[in-house]
Design a protein around this ligand. Sequence first.
Ligand SMILES: [Zn+2]
Length: 468
Amino acid sequence: MELTKAGNFSEWYSKMMLEAGIVDIRYPVKGMPVYMGWGFRAMDLIFRQLEELLDRAGHDKLLFPIAIPESVFNKEAEHIKGFADEVLWVTHGGLTPLEDKLVLRPTSETAMYPMFALWIRSHGDLPIKVYQTTTVYRHETKATRPLMRGREVYWNEAHTAHATYEEAVAQVEEGINIYADLYTKLCIPFVVTKRPDHDKFPGADYTYAFDTIMPDGKTLQIGTVHNLGTNFSKPYDVKYSDAKGEMQYASQTSYGVSMRALAAVISVHGDSKGLKFPFDISPIQIVFVPIYSKGNNNEVDAQLKPIYERLSKQFRCIYDGSDRRPGDKFYRWELKGVPIRIEAGARDLSEGKVTVVDRNGTKQQVPMPDIDAQLKKIVEAYHEKLRSDAQAFFDSHIFEANSLKELLEQIDEKRGIIKAGWCGSLECADKLKGQTIAILGKERGVEKERKCVVCGRNGWEALLAKTY
Ligand SMILES: [Zn+2]
């Protein structure tokens, strides 16, 4: 039987990781896989898209050290509490125990903000908006899964400091807009919710999170944006003198997107043949497959290669002139998710045409002089279908429940995000957690009164799901 992502997502996903050359999980540290060439290139291209958006919004790219002294890490109480059971420690230098142990950053608030304190003097130094694309470390005890949950996480984290709380609120909006732009480019549908208090970032005033729905109906959190208020600036002394010369604490935000963006692209767009990459983040954008027959290789190459060479100046192209059969070549490049294939044999070429096939299987013959002009339209149509297919799946996996019974039936049978009432109590949240259902929170921009599905008390509409 054919392995499909709808039929057995877990097995399909593992197969894709290995066969498409994304990660190799055989590295001997749990949760720290090797990113292979194809996978890392795609991930890097995703982060370059994100960096471009951050740059355009005035962020500076920098790089902080991996280690944070225990004495510095321990200054913000809620933050330590949130990360205490999962930080990795460096305890020795050679054979000598370190006096001040070092934490491998689980996130970089506590690394960056003592330095912000040195950089900021007056309100003229604000705002600060920076980011880094790097690794963070969390000693996950739950089952790890490549690109979804690991002990080494590759991500992009942004950090900001502002003169007022209002500016931090506005910065949260900017962060949300940047991530919405990123996922729109990646053709990934998402929902944004305000996480309930028990699930916000440790040390934040509030957290907004992006979730998408995976093929098995569980949601994957693919980005978070936090308003930190003055919760970190106070212990880390991030302050400035205002116009009157009085010292004020800065208001701060942080936000991050991890390698899960790639997990989402692979899972949401892939099919039984393999991956489907959006054009801009595919390591190879166009594969040329010459169709040889009766040893006419030179003749075919002589006509097709000039097109390859011309398009290579603009796009990431490959010319697969190997001895493999055309069908084997199609199979290989479809598995890897290359969005566009240009193929031609002697007859097509003598008629002045090539065949352009996108990874959705849409095929058309294009006269050679028209290729450059047609390509843009073909890529647009390819993205349009990626987006509409993904959105159709997403929309068909959102349900409503008016009782706990209904909720449990829906979540097991239909799988996806359930809209249901919640009173806001931890007690009811825990009861749902006992059924492995998480409260994603209130959907951004949606205020609806509803009775709690657990206790029946007054509450509001929340999004609930089984999550990765
Ligand atoms: Zn309740």
